[in-house]
Design a protein around this ligand. Structure first.
Ligand code: AMP
Length: 279
């Protein structure tokens, strides 16, 4: 497994691989890898001849009071896991390599990028879109893999790829959960044992809503209120609980198959997200 830190070298390596006939798959990550990330890598391994994984804690997508400095960094362990998964290339640039002095060009996805997490984390999705655009240019993959866990991110990136004619297929991958249902997240490491137990309310709130939908409730207001109540009962601060169109992220009045039901809530100082697509 090759580890590359220079953007230019990564571009050369990937160009050479493509020239030799490789079908490149890219899995962008911020490291602190868990089974959720590895599920993306495995999917990519099944569909591409060479898998590239980027590990980059992207400063551009963190707000000034967010957790950029304390975000977990476990590079050696990450590389060991990726090697075991048969990854071909790891791209792990420093921030100065991705954003050299004087870099001012960014990609912002209007409207959809200002909804859900984009509403509560101003600039977040411009940071995500900018770094993913750069990674797609550097690697030139045929396919790029993203988790449905970050459903709003996936909607923003699909729009960017469409609007800017990126020649890549984005592949959305199912959410991987712990045995008790909590969605895996690098930020779960921040939780104390007590908070870890409380965090389950996020999954429960979605399960309650999913059951109501299965039993025939389709009114989004009724469903959203029911989901919020579960979180309120546990004392979790809700950032958003919403039923939205999965492409535009605009609220719907009636939940139909494919509607995205998404939640973001604070467990102590940790903000966690989760969602499901209605059947
Ligand atoms: P991150 O390192 O948090 O930026 O995540 C990198 C990629 O892994 C993103 O596409 C995430 O959506 C995806 N991912 C994170 N957690 C999970 C999970 N529990 N299940 C599936 N994909 C995930």
């Amino acid at each position: 497994m090759r580890i590359v830190t220079s953007a230019q070298e990564m571009q050369w390596v990937c160009r050479e691989l493509r020239g030799g006939g490789a079908v490149l798959g890219l899995v962008p990550t911020m490291g602190a890898l868990h089974e959720g990330h590895l599920s993306l890598v495995r999917r990519a391994r099944g569909e591409c001849s060479v898998v590239a994984v980027s590990i980059f804690v992207n400063p551009l997508q963190f707000g000034p009071h967010e957790d950029f400095a304390q975000y977990p960094r476990t590079f050696k362990e990450d590389c060991r896991a990726l090697e075991r998964e048969g990854v071909g290339v790891v791209f792990a640039p420093e921030a100065e390599e991705m954003y050299p002095a004087g870099a001012v060009t960014t990609v912002s996805v209007a409207e959809v990028g200002d909804r859900l997490d984009g509403a509560s984390r101003p600039g977040h999705f411009a940071g995500v879109a900018t770094v993913v655009a750069k990674l797609l240019h550097i690697v030139g993959p045929a396919r790029a893999y993203f988790g449905q866990k970050d459903a709003a991110q996936l909607a923003v990136l699909r729009r960017m790829v469409r609007d800017l004619n990126f020649d890549v297929k984005l592949v959305g991958c199912a959410i991987v959960r712990d045995a008790d249902g909590l969605a895996l997240s690098s930020r779960n490491r921040y939780l104390s044992a007590e908070e870890r137990a409380l965090a389950l309310a996020i999954r429960c709130s979605l399960a309650v809503v999913e059951k109501m939908i299965d039993e025939g409730t389709r009114d989004a207001d009724v469903l959203v209120c029911a989901g919020r109540r579960v979180l309120d009962a546990e004392g979790l601060r809700v950032d958003y609980f919403a039923a939205v169109d999965a492409d535009t992220l605009l609220p719907v009045q009636t939940v139909t198959p494919g509607t995205l039901v998404a939640v973001a809530a604070w467990v102590g100082a940790t903000r966690l997200i989760d969602n499901f697509l209605a059947r």
